[in-house]
Design a protein around this ligand. Structure first.
Ligand code: SAM
Length: 286
């Protein structure tokens, strides 16, 4: 039996033999703990699923995913990794593994879902794009309704941040409009090669859209405008936004009053429910 890729020895061997130069800005930190990889796969409760794996790298997670699922749709940006991946998984490519090469932020997940029927996301996400990618995937897809992602702890903390804390921002509000999140367990930084500066967390994502899907993009614009300047009051942030008229600012102040809020409130002081309330009341005027 060949050794697991998700061990330090095997990962280092593959990197050296293939002369792979790791790219820090691509978040290339490979999971080298097979027990953790198994724990992620068990958590994902894979049966007859078609899995989306973003950032497959050299296959540290894929080797287990392919055995448990019907099919894995992999995305990888770095050609130097995908060429090695194709070599390692040559007998699976085109049947049990579909490899899409390119930037994960450039794909349309509604199309990927229609074409391949993916219904579950299991990925060790690249650090830089993890936040926008979670929003994009859960916004564009319909069948895909749960995810098990390994992300650096600071991103997990931003997702689960409470109002009035430094981590609570526009991303927190947007992410929670699309889904619910639970930190399942942490993964120490020494389970990766190369070792990142922070620990990671495995987060379970359960799709739960809390607003009419058609309104979400405009809701996201509204939330961005509310958080546009953290040091400013919410009303002043919105006043700087050319698409919101004086009249609508007056309405907003009125709605804030109805909610028992002061007009000097800052963006980070409103809960997600309050953002929905404000938006739903203002939408007909915006
Ligand atoms: N799946 C492997 C594992 O679990 O060890 C590697 C995970 S590593 C954290 C992230 C992977 O995402 C790397 O292989 C990196 O090249 C890839 N990546 C980085 N940016 C990407 C992007 N924009 N689109 C697709 N893949 C990307």
């Amino acid at each position: 039996m060949s050794p697991y890729i998700s061990t330090p020895k095997e990962t280092l061997r593959i990197i050296e033999e293939n002369d792979i130069k790791l790219k820090k800005n691509f978040g290339q930190n490979f999971l080298v703990d097979t027990n953790i990889a198994r724990k992620i796969i068990d958590l994902a409760n894979i049966k007859k699923d078609i899995i989306l794996e973003v950032g497959c790298g050299i296959g540290n997670l894929t080797e287990l995913l392919v055995k448990k699922s019907d099919k894995v749709i992999c995305i990888e940006l770095d050609y130097n990794l995908s060429r090695v991946f194709k070599k390692i998984f040559s007998s699976y490519i085109g049947n049990k593994i579909i490899l899409l090469e390119g930037d994960a932020l450039g794909f349309n997940y509604s199309e990927i879902e229609k074409r391949y029927r993916v219904n579950k996301l299991v990925s060790n996400l690249p650090y830089k794009i993890a936040a926008p990618l979670i929003l994009k995937i859960f916004l564009e897809s319909e069948i895909l309704d749960d995810g098990y992602v390994t992300i650096q702890k600071d991103i997990a903390e931003r997702i689960l941040a409470k109002p009035k804390t430094k981590d609570y921002n526009a991303f927190t509000v947007k992410a929670n409009i699309l889904a619910d999140y639970n930190i399942e367990f942490t993964v120490p930084r020494n389970c990766f090669i190369p070792k990142p500066n922070v620990d990671s967390a495995v987060v379970k994502i359960t799709k739960n859209i809390k607003l009419n899907a058609k309104k979400i993009n405009s809701f996201f614009d509204f939330v961005d405008a509310c958080f546009a300047n953290r040091r400013k009051k919410l009303v002043n942030s919105l006043k700087n936004n050319s698409s919101i008229s004086e009249h609508n600012i007056a309405l907003l102040i009125n709605f804030l009053k109805k909610m028992g809020k002061n007009k000097n409130i800052r963006g980070e002081e409103l809960t997600i429910k309050e953002y929905i309330y404000l938006y739903e009341n203002l939408i007909s005027y915006l």
